[in-house]
Ligand binder design. Sequence first.
Ligand SMILES: *Cc1c(COP(=O)(O)O)cnc(C)c1O
Length: 354
Amino acid sequence: MELVSTIPVRKTTHSKIGEVNWNELVFGKFTSDHMLVCDYADGNWGQPQIIPFANLSLSPLTLALHYGQTVFEGMKAFRMKDGGVNIFRLERHYHRFQKSLERMCMAVPPKELFTEGLIQLVKTDADWVPEKRAAALYLRPFVYASEPMMGVKVSEQYRFVICTGPVPELFARPVKVKVETHYVRASKGGTGFAKCGGNYGAAFLPLSLAKKEGYDQILWTDAKENRFIEESGTMNAMFVINNTLVTPPLSDSILEGITRDSILTLAKDMGYAIAERPISLDELEQSFMDKTITEAFGAGTAAVVAPIQLIHMGGIDYTLPAYTTDSLSSRIKLQLEKIRGGEEADTYGWNTII
Ligand SMILES: *Cc1c(COP(=O)(O)O)cnc(C)c1O
């Protein structure tokens, strides 16, 4: 892959950067000027290229559109205190990308292609990395099956694309969640641990039904008994019960969140007790009865933490105490932001400064 270090760049002649209102960024509204594309065919990855952001041209028979071989990552680059740019936990995202692609029987871009591709692309569009702390350049690497063919088959051609776009800090207002005991997100032996497109499409109906009932998000339960908590929407679920940060253990039905990992690592080092163990609905109900539950939140790249204000289960709405800057989730979020922005030492080697 010696070609990667010199990825050719075709620069746009019509930068859109002047159209961005940096004081009122909207998540997902703008894409940066450039994207990276690289094709796989005949068992090999070809020459990656950085080109002006543009629509893709697809055959209607493109396999990904019919049989769902699509995998993505969601990650961020941050502006450091000293003006530098940091891609957060690059290595870990690659590792997960690889696992997702292998589960979907897809070609895996080599690590150097992923790493150098991201670095070169973010360098090319460095002016698009917002200045504000906790605002970010969202990075969206993805691979789809690009072979045009009518029949059901494993694609032999793939396209790897990376697009980016500036996003604001998401101040997640505390959400109301409904424990889902009919629909399931993922099952044992399934694809729940992979960031593949179908997982999200399958969650939209249950989510839209929950929204009609007045809830913002779904708290998923296990597919076998609907008895144990799995995830909170598209975030990992975390609770503070008896002053311990608890989260369900990883399995093939739980996505291995990198924010989850960062939060567990920081919580431990900040002196909090942590536990990765199954959390049953019975336990959760009991923790509300005896008031040992003090926090519940989703963990993910978009908002870091999304506090939960209310959990609906067994026909009852259970309310959580208000969140403050002293809450465990607020303190850890702040610490994470400081490490990302270079205000605290990166003792874990999480930052890739470009
Ligand atoms: C992406 C994702 C998460 C969170 O992962 P992060 O790496 O923390 O962003 C959690 N659950 C699901 C289903 C996801 O898709």
